[in-house]
Design a protein around this ligand. Sequence first.
Ligand code: ADP
Ligand code: MG
Length: 536
Amino acid sequence: MVSPEHESLLSDTDRVEGHSALRDNVAAASALADAVRSTLGPRGLDKLLVDEEGASLVTNDGVTVLETAKVEHPTAKMLISTASAQDAMARDGTTTTVLLIAELLQNGLELVERGIHPAIICNGWNIAQERAAADLKQLARVPTGDDDLLQAVRTSLAGKVDEGVRENLSQLAVQAAHAIATESGGEVRADPSLVKVINDVGGGGGDTHLVAGLVLPKERIHPEMPDNRDAGRIILFDGALERRGLDIQANLKVTQTGMLAQLHESERADLAKRVQALIDVGIDVLIVRDGIDDEARALLNDAGITAYRRVEKQELDLLSRATGALMVHDVNNIRDDDIGEFSTLSEENWHGVNHLILEGSAVRGQTLVVRGSSDARLEEIGRAFNDALGIACGLLEEPSLLPGGGATQVALARRLRAHARGIPGREQLAVESFAAALEAVPRTLAENAGLQPVDELIRINAAQSAAESDGDWIGLDLFSGELRAMDEAGVTEPLRVTRTTLEGATEAAVSVLRIDDVLWAKQDPSEPDWQDDPEY
Ligand code: ADP
Ligand code: MG
């Protein structure tokens, strides 16, 4: 930490001229934020993106806009990767993150130009961010049931898909999250990757539904094989059940009649032996990565095994997780651990295509079957579902909700300003600049709804302060244009989303400001500035 008596030392001489790099970086961040600012909130505008081949995409999603943009500037690239990380971690809040970074940097630049050292600003921002994280917990509420979860999921989908689909997807996401959630030692885990999404072209979007278990567009290799089984044993074989061309064949001269037949016979015997090895282990279902020959098929059918072939690696992995089966590479070397268990297996015919539906005994997987009229539509629904599912799973793992509509940011800013008064030295200014940056969220939401940003900000603050209880939950309901308790307006967000926006934005803004710090320092930047000081 830099003590106040050294600040004059730090802010002297030619360093003050050295801001051109910072100014350039802040300009890049602002330009990027301007590109997505107008998409924030449910009243945000859609962007029409057109790529070099002329293909177009209409989106209201900040991160999609950013990831499609051709950006060269290193600072802009860093903002985009922060937004992508936010998307991966919390499935929401990407536009907010970018706005906050740009806002922090603009405020930071102003402080630097007033002669405050970047290190102090970074320090103040970190103090503010930690403080805000603690305050968030106080503001948050525990969801009391599925209605609360649904509300947050719906909020996150606002503006992404149309109304009818949104409701359906929100419910499916909550249902799927419950189905895959597990609890151990009081801790809930809900891994969204346990839900598979498959497309089924045809039918309306409203027919999209959830199936317990894994669904693979696959048909058993022989119609006589049982297609409806209760609990049983399963093997996943990473190979083929086909005749192996014996190596010697290439060099072989057929000198004797019957030699070729003999060769075929030995190949057949080899295959039969391998199939028998599988049968001997005692299994009900066999899934094979590559092909299965007719002869092997007949043997498996006689043994009462239901078999599938040409199943992709990715699907084998899912089957492995669901059933606990390990991939078998050598049929003559199967251990007990390799064998998995399923609880049900069935086949259904959808639009002329057979689908295998398998429920494992180890992990309860789920499959969302997306129905829609076109591929583009299916893609859009699948993407929105994945976001919704991420939100629902996140809420089961961390059940904490905050008010949306700018309420959280206004409440945090007020608390931070009060807290700043108690901080001695110039860090106080940095904490205040952090508070001001947070207010960009309600300002932008208001602006995008055609309201006066500054007036709305003042109104929210006044309403929150005047309320006798739960004032911090009052925000701007963009559909009615009224100030309301956000839980009543149905505008809530997971604490995880808001917390990660603050963490990501602070980290990114700090690293941009530190670039300036490094340029400033004439000495080795890895050594603190104050090291030469004899008093230290
Ligand atoms: P992000 O990419 O940051 O998630 P969005 O475009 O999804 O950006 O907008 C999220 C913001 O919109 C949040 O601040 C959220 O509270 C706000 N919001 C969503 N629905 C409403 C609503 N009905 N009224 C007011 N604000 C809303
Ligand atoms: Mg969002």
